[in-house]
Ligand binder design. Sequence first.
Ligand code: ADP
Length: 849
Amino acid sequence: MLNNLLKRLRKPLALEPIPALKMAGEDISQSTLDELLNAKTRLSAIYNASFDAISMLGDDGFIEGNRAAMALFGCANLDEFCRHHPIDLSPATQACGTDSKTLSQHYIDLTLKNGSCRFEWLYHRADNGIVFVTEVMLSSLEVNGATIIQCVHHDLTGRRKTEANLATKKKKNKALKKTLYEQALFNSKFKETSVLQDAIFNSHSFSSIATDAQGVIQIFNVGAEAMLGYSAAEVINIFTPAYLSDQNELNARADILSQEFGVTISSGFEALVYKAALGIEDIYELTYLCKNGTRLLAQVSVTALRDENAAIIGYLLIGIDHTEQTTIKIAARQQLKTLSLALEQSQSGVMIADLNNNIEYINQAFINSLGYIREDIIGQNPRRVISGKTIEKTYVDMWAALNEGRAWQGELINLNKQGEEIVEQTWISPIRQEDGTISHYLSVKDNITERKQKDAELIAAKERSENLAKTKTQFLANMSHEIRTPMNAIIGFSELALLEDMPPKVNDYLQNINVASNHLLIILNDILDLSKLEAGQMGLNLGPFSLYDLQTTLYNLFSNTAQSKGLVLNIDIASDVPDYLIGDSIRLRQVLINLLGNGIKFTSQGTVALNISLQHFDDQQAKLLFAVTDSGIGITLEQQAKLFLPFSQVDDGYTRNYEGTGLGLVISQDLVQLMGSIIKVESYLGISSCFSFELQLPIAPLSTLAGIETPSSTVQSALRTETAALNGIKILVAEDDGLNQIIIRQVLKHLGASFIMMANNGSEVLSALEQDDFDVVLMDLHMPIMNGYDAAIEIRKLRRYAQLPIIALSAGITDEDKQRCMAAGMNDVMAKPINVEVLLSILAQWLKQ
Ligand code: ADP
């Protein structure tokens, strides 16, 4: 198609001579013709004057060309030019690698299709074959109904040369930079790895500034841009690094270097690089002045960059922002200082040893504790101070812990320089490096020798005081036994005597003896109770009891006294309170006796009342409130604070008017606490007092009610009881005290015992049993020659007396005593003075069996 087209174009292509033109059938006038000829001349002049080569293309090659075209293609004239086809003047392939023929076809097709097309094309000159590059613009033109192609060639050789020059220059520049980098790296202490290269030149964390030999900046990396705020374009070829630094600092550095090297350093830049230029590795702190006016403390390493002949071609300054590090360093230094001061001034001894157990560090306290000087200890094995007194297991445990990387603490007994033993509370822990490996052992020691001695003294003192307390309790128990025995005799005899017909005066005396001795017995019991409570030896004896019996007892006890003082005595139990409960009725009675006794004692008119009310109740438990109220003298708040302190009567001034030991409330409070509660006081001076406490008591199941004791206390009550209760019973009584023997005999006789034999000790009991049969033995525990326990054990060894009831009789029986009695084979225990009804019920129980 192209060939046909080119063929068609070949003929009509004629710009000269222009034939006489006839337009629209008109004849063209001469003037028009002249105008046209002028226009042609002008066009031809422009055409030939163009710098670009303009040509027309026909089927077989160029058919027209301007001067520039001939000059470009190396043709002497138009004829020579028109003998060529563009393909003749093109190399076989174009720059892109496609063959010239195929590619020219492609561009002509494109031109015919689109009207024009622009591309680059390689030609070679017709005269000397030199290849040149052109930019070609093809346009299709309609001439006299035929289409021709106009070619404009723009020679690109000059531009390419400039570009090539520029490229070479750039390349050279790049090469220079590369050399600078390479040299920089070669010279730099960071040259080791490519990672570091990257880090230095591409990292934002390092400022890398390379200069030429004169100090003018050639490289300014991203890190420098980030740190100083300038862009590379703003500083390269313009500034020296000195311009970007604190001048005063550089001047000072120049002065120092001048002195050090005996030279005159005048420029700031010289100060920057002087040592580097001498080949001395130089790292120092430099203050950069950033673009925004701030100052940046950098640590800079300066290196001279040299060519292969060792001539300096530039300098490299690699910097890191040191502001933070400096702050951290200052803080760390401060911390280190504080730590070392703390270590040195610590009251605890501190020692650091390496893995071979060589001591590397000891602080002052360590030195003070052992009395050595530092040089004696450093480098030594801690074994040097071992006394041999620490038990082996301690060391075994210690090394087991340390070998497993655990900390250990314990007591070590070591020797000081004088050879004295010192006890050290020691903590040892492994010191781990950052990678987790153990490098040292840290041991912190406190010299506890004195404390240990004091502890030992305290323990000894405590033991002594405990022993003393035990001895005291024991003494009181013994004393109480010793005192109670004659007291029982006094009380018993006075009561027996009161039953006799006596002159009224003697009767009076006997009455007084009886009252006074009962009072003395109460005081004695209080003292004994208190010492038991203090020694923690007081236990509760729980059992079923009746609150109504307790009410009767209390009423019987106090009604006479209250009446004699003109007081109203109310003992009231709320109707919903269950009658039978489980508790230590004896101790509860003791507390209430004390509170009621006080109420009556400290009240001169009005009422003294005990109210027992129900606070809470379920199937198994009842919570009761016991409140003793009086309208007596009252107690001030200040006095109330002293109420429960032993031996304190709140106001000696007036209580001297009232008898008492000051022990009742203390004992009562302790007993109530033993029962799980507390006594509270509410009192108004001159108006009233109320002592109250709550008790949570289990309700007694019906099955337990059979053996409930009913109250009774003295021998007199026995004498009022039926007189034939022990008819036909043979009783052996072991009792060493003659007076007590008389009383017991009287009581037993009164109860109708058929045969009563007295034995003065355990040995006599055994002899009596050999000679006669008895139904029961009443056995005192504390007797000379053979005590009650041993006697019981001996009796049980005799087969025929295996079942013989043995009842222990003793004043002040403790729980321990009871257990001992049972262990010795006795059947029951009974406290002295004898409660006849209890005696009867116990005897009834065992004799039946
Ligand atoms: P005692 O009555 O043997 O002196 P207590 O321990 O029972 O010992 O009482 C201690 C003191 O508390 C009494 O001496 C008395 O000063 C005071 N006190 C106790 N109860 C009352 C009361 N109801 N009214 C006024 N004072 C009382």
